[in-house]
Design a protein around this ligand. Structure first.
Ligand SMILES: Cc1cc2nc3c(=O)[nH]c(=O)nc-3n(C[C@H](O)[C@H](O)[C@H](O)COP(=O)(O)O)c2cc1C
Ligand code: SF4
Ligand code: SF4
Length: 270
């Protein structure tokens, strides 16, 4: 198939997954790029129009070695008709464990035909300037790898012998899944009142509508998935994690996940 368009289907609270998907699409060299962004509550319920010479690139971050529960829930409403799909997870330089296998199994369940997959690295959601964890990723090297991956996938599906026996995409991971997913901690970022201008940016980026803006910023802790989109988007640096256990996890990651990991690609030779 000559790829004439791509659909980027993603859940990406802090935007690293989205950037990788956009770079893969860039490598495919197509102009017709449609975004099916399932991150925010208002965009979370979408359906797929029929495909025509288009390829789907589906992406989500890794939470606790698995896909975020909200991403799975939002992907599940999509129904495909045997359409080709590239599967991407983005993780914060610790591990991706069973997440990419979970995405492959889910994509097949939804009616997609996986052609290739990749696990890329993005700045960890819990990272700050003072406690860096893969800060600045994806960087230029990651972006170049994503672009090259896009070129390879385009060539793979355009080859006359495609689809062939290589269609059974091998993805690492364990089934039944052993990774437990994001821990339930019942904590949320807090707002430093003295710094907050009540601009509302944080509420606008929250994927679960946990934040409401009245005279002050109010957060429903039980809805928070600790994605840190509010922290990273606050122009006044007024959203912070204060919880000790959460800060300890960030400190552990900062000390133990320093060795740079590189993107791993499955289904094409790079
Ligand atoms: C609750 C939670 C759990 C996470 N678990 C992992 C993990 O198991 N392994 C890892 O390397 N990164 C983990 N991360 C980091 C994200 O996978 C990483 O920062 C990713 O780039 C975020 O994607 P986004 O920018 O598209 O939101 C976790 C992040 C959050 C918020
Ligand atoms: S983004 Fe920051 S400054 Fe704006 S309302 Fe939220 S916490 Fe306050
Ligand atoms: S309140 Fe929680 S879920 Fe909402 S943006 Fe902040 S960290 Fe993410």
């Amino acid at each position: 198939m000559e790829v004439k368009g791509v659909r980027l289907i993603y859940f990406s609270p802090t935007g690293t997954t989205r950037r990788i998907l956009e770079s893969i699409a860039e490598g495919m060299g197509v102009e017709d790029i449609k975004h099916i962004n399932l991150t925010l509550p208002e965009g979370s319920r979408q359906t797929l129009a029929p495909f025509s010479d288009e390829l789907a690139i589906i992406g989500a971050p890794v939470y606790g070695g698995r896909l975020p529960v909200d991403a799975v829930d939002r992907f599940r409403q999509l129904k495909a008709g045997n359409n080709l799909a590239v599967l991407i997870v983005v993780y914060g330089n610790r591990e991706f464990e069973d997440a990419l296998l979970e995405l492959k199994n889910l994509a097949i369940e939804l009616g997609f035909s996986p052609v290739a997959g990749g696990a890329f690295i993005g700045e960890h959601s819990f990272a700050t300037e003072k406690v860096p964890i893969a800060n600045g990723r994806p960087d230029n090297l990651d972006i170049q790898k994503a672009i090259n991956f896009g070129v390879k996938v385009r060539d793979k599906v355009a080859a006359p012998q495609f689809p062939d026996a290589t269609m059974d995409l091998k993805i690492p991971g364990r089934f039944p899944y052993e990774a437990k997913g994001a821990r339930t901690m019942a904590v949320a970022p807090v707002t430093i009142k003295e710094s907050c201008t009540v601009c509302g940016t944080c509420a606008g980026v929250c994927p679960t509508a946990a934040i409401s803006i009245n005279e002050n910023v109010e957060t429903k802790i039980e809805l928070c998935i600790r994605c840190c989109a509010c922290i990273k988007s606050c122009p006044e640096k007024a959203r912070v994690m204060e919880d000790e256990m959460w800060k300890n996890i960030a400190g552990w990651l900062n000390k133990n996940c320093t060795a740079r990991k590189e993107p791993q690609i499955f289904g094409v030779d790079m």
